[in-house]
Design a protein around this ligand. Structure first.
Ligand code: DON
Length: 306
């Protein structure tokens, strides 16, 4: 299969729809991004990354970071993480607080905001917020094989300034005794983790451990065990797009994780990791053009997991 041609043809087929969807407005710094940008990057065990469009432009990865935070929290905490966060789809928007009271402060899964806040808290563990965020950044630079991965401090500040919903979730969790660290410490890491600035190319490269049983087949770096990688993929398929996860599985057919910066990271088991980016979102916070691009790639490659 000529994967570069597939990536190019997908980009070209959708290029005239650039700017469709609605960029996230609740984080003011994200509104400043040019909504007509559109990038695709596909990494495989071959080595070279197949790219099209704005694949080298860094963007705010937002909730895509929750996949890396989960892998790293599991590495520190092991299966005990599952005592404080569930593994079921929520069927609710990413920032919903509805189920949290009924379910005694145990969030449905690690990808909704409440679950990600708990996961980040466990990733911090007994370390300072600064040590934890430096560790996260170092791991991502290692996996992306690129020292250019950074945190956009302007986006992090913007998120914190408008973060009342996430503060509500975090204080609610703290009231149920689910957090080890002070709320503001956990949020300071959570906001910075969401504000990681990465390009499609960096994202696709750093996520190669997901489709390849926990070990990047190009660098040989192991991120997690094969069974853990498979389980993270399972959660991405079932919960990666919140109340749009069913639709994404139906249209695309492989695991993915969206972010309100307009990025989607997809993992095609045994084949590739694919990152797409276009800032306009659908109502569930998934990139409209990004989801179309992945659906198109699934069609052209026949790579559905089903
Ligand atoms: O916490 C927030 O609301 C954002 N930092 C992340 C939300 C997000 O990316 C949802 N995903 N589509």
């Amino acid at each position: 299969m000529d994967l570069q041609r597939i990536v190019d043809e997908t980009w070209e087929a959708l290029a005239d729809q650039r700017g469709s969807g609605t960029p996230a407005r609740y984080i003011p710094a994200l509104e400043l991004v040019d909504p007509r940008q559109f990038g695709i990057a596909m990494a495989t065990r071959d080595g070279p990354v197949y790219c099209a469009g704005d694949a080298d432009v860094p963007f705010s990865i937002q909730s895509v970071s929750k996949v890396f935070a989960l892998a790293l929290a599991l590495e520190r905490e092991g299966p005990a993480l599952w005592d404080v966060v569930g593994r079921e789809p929520s069927g609710n928007p990413f920032n919903s607080i509805l189920q949290l009271e009924r379910e005694k402060g145990v969030p449905r899964n690690p990808f909704i905001n409440a679950g990600a806040i708990v996961t980040t808290d466990r990733f911090i563990g007994d370390r300072s917020p600064e040590v934890a965020i430096d560790d996260l950044l170092a791991r991502l630079r290692l996996m992306a094989r690129d020292e250019g991965v950074t945190i956009d401090t302007e986006v992090a500040r913007s998120e914190s300034q408008t973060g009342s919903r996430n503060r509500s979730l975090a204080y609610f969790l703290a009231d149920f005794g689910r957090l080890l660290n002070p709320v503001e410490d956990v949020l300071s890491v959570y906001f910075r983790q969401c504000s990681l600035a990465m390009s499609c190319r960096q994202l696709a490269e750093s996520a190669l451990f997901l489709p390849f049983d926990g070990t990047d087949p190009v660098s040989g770096v192991t991120m997690c065990s094969p069974s853990r990688a498979r389980r993270i993929n399972a959660l991405m398929l079932l919960c990666g797009h919140y109340d749009n996860s069913g639709q994404f599985a139906f249209e695309v057919g492989f695991p993915g994780k969206s972010g309100v910066g307009g990025g989607i990271l997809a993992s095609v088991p045994g084949r590739a990791s694919i990152a797409v980016w276009s800032p306009g979102l659908n109502r569930a916070g998934t990139s409209l053009l990004g989801a179309k691009a992945l659906s198109d790639i699934a069609l052209r490659t026949g790579w559905s997991v089903f």
